[in-house]
Write a protein that binds this ligand. Sequence first.
Ligand code: DGY
Length: 322
Amino acid sequence: MDALRILITRRWPVEVERAMAAQFDVVLNEGDKPLSQADLAAAMGEFDVLCPTVSDRIDADVIGGGDRVKLIANYGVGFDHIDLAAAKAKGIAVTNTPGVLTDATADIAMTLLLMAARRAGEGERELRAGQWSGWRPTHLVGSALKGKVLGCVGFGRIAQATARRAHHGFGMKVAYYARRPADEAVAQELQAEFTPDLINLLGKADFVSLHVPGGAETASMIDAAAIAAMKPGSYLINTARGGVVDHAALAAALRSGHLAGAGLDVYPAEPQVPAELLDIENVVLLPHLGSANSETRIAMGMCAMANVEEFAKGAELPNPVT
Ligand code: DGY
């Protein structure tokens, strides 16, 4: 049987590209430029497997572009950029890479939390601009973490890993909003308080960290009313998806001082960053770095490849999302 013909839409770590090319008929995107919607649609008729990332919009038009692709093996855990209903209607399986990026993303959530709390971005900008006039007791004073409440919105793997770091590493208390309580062992370990009402959680958290999937169900979940319900002087951290937050309302709350700060890694229409945030000092803005360490990016590629390998054998897929 001929090897599966596979399109990898962006550069992957070279170890994984080589491992893929050793087994399959792989086309790489050497220049790493995002493919157009027309290129992605055409690929649906030219390849057996499409391996996209969060930077590709695999909508119904793309999926309708051809009949050859039978597996979309996403490089990444989030899949709100893929129209699952359209894929299902055409009998196309969709897989993702859960588990392997949990620690890396929790590390970035803590990075943002620390940077926002300790005003690290402001300090670095000031120093590089030659504006630092020296140590003084009132200079760039931030917030302590010990004893403060981390409120997780969503309490899946990444939220729990973030809470673990915050609780055991920094002495924070943990509360969470989720559809159902966490396993007893996890709740005990983190002394995490289940808060089934979102507004309630927002009112008691000193730091709110978002960990819900993107998509229609969570669009603008943190809107003007939710932000108004946040504790005065609290912080918002988002490593989930940009569409979860109303950024105009967030900008207004940062400017008014209702929120002390925010740390964001994700945006609704990446790589665009909501313009109203760019000149606000008390927001830390990272370019979607959640999973960006070498070990994790290799593990994500290996996980996507494992799904392709099982698909090639006609076996059960390890990480189906449909
Ligand atoms: C993920 O895996 O969902 C990351 O956000 C990158 O897509």
